[in-house]
Design a binder for this molecule. Structure first.
Ligand code: 5GP
Length: 220
């Protein structure tokens, strides 16, 4: 784990909670398994539900894993400025609805976005105090094994995702912290610990990682 310097209390140098946390990393690294585990075991962690134009996989439910929409509906949401960030990934569009994130931040609770690297860059630009967490595979061979072994994509889609994954791995240095996915349970506890650390008193310099909902209102 690298040192999250941008998220240290300026007076005491101790980590402060990041109210908005972004989990990113290459396709098939295990992000959605992490999310599924957190959804099941840690209901206090709020998970943003993204909008996508891709078709649902077996077992996925509209409004739980994603809001599944048509290209046209997605374009309308883009035009209306409804996304905090959005990106095209392997032929489909994915976006984070701005409204629910802003509403959640107003309550001050820990919030998690699971998005691709391009989306993480946009959040970094819009919400500089967000904590960006990179989920890395134990090795490239393991990532290939997971992507080919999960059986949810046809061969040409796997090829496409592997090309994107190479580029995404190279982006690791742009993130605040790397968690290596050797064990889902361990990654989940590390992530939750990062998100729920005790707040530092504002009198001591304020929680550097805290995001104000106002930061989300600016259009991209
Ligand atoms: P999948 O199709 O495997 O569910 O997701 C493909 C990629 O899209 C993953 O890397 C996932 O993190 C990313 N993704 C999911 N939701 C969003 C989103 O709202 N915005 C962006 N930029 N990427 C997303």
């Amino acid at each position: 784990m690298t040192d999250p310097k941008a998220h240290l209390d300026p007076v005491h140098g101790v980590p402060v909670p990041a109210r908005l946390t972004v989990l990113s990393g290459p396709s098939a690294v295990g992000k959605s398994t992490v999310l599924r585990t957190i959804r099941r075991d840690r209901p206090e962690i709020w998970l943003s539900v993204s909008v996508t134009t891709r078709l649902p996989r077996p077992g996925e439910k509209h409004g739980r894993e994603y809001y599944f929409v048509t290209e046209r509906e997605f374009d309308e949401m883009v035009a209306a400025g409804q996304f905090l960030e959005w990106a095209r990934f392997a032929g489909n569009c994915y976006g984070t609805p701005r409204g629910p994130v802003a509403a959640r931040l107003r309550t001050g609770g820990p919030s998690l976005l699971e998005i691709d690297v391009a989306g993480a860059r946009q959040v970094r630009a819009t919400v500089p105090s967000a904590l960006l967490v990179f989920l890395a595979p134990p090795s490239w061979a393991e990532l290939v094994r997971r992507l080919t072994g999960r059986g949810t994509e046809p061969p040409e889609e796997i090829e496409r995702r592997l090309v994107v994954a190479r580029a995404e791995l190279a982006a690791e240095t742009e993130f605040d912290i790397t968690l290596v996915n050797t064990s889902i349970d361990e990654v989940c506890s590390q992530l939750v610990a990062l998100m729920t650390a005790q707040p530092v008193s504002p009198a001591l310099g304020g929680p550097a990682g805290q995001v104000s909902a106002g930061q989300l209102t600016a259009a991209r």
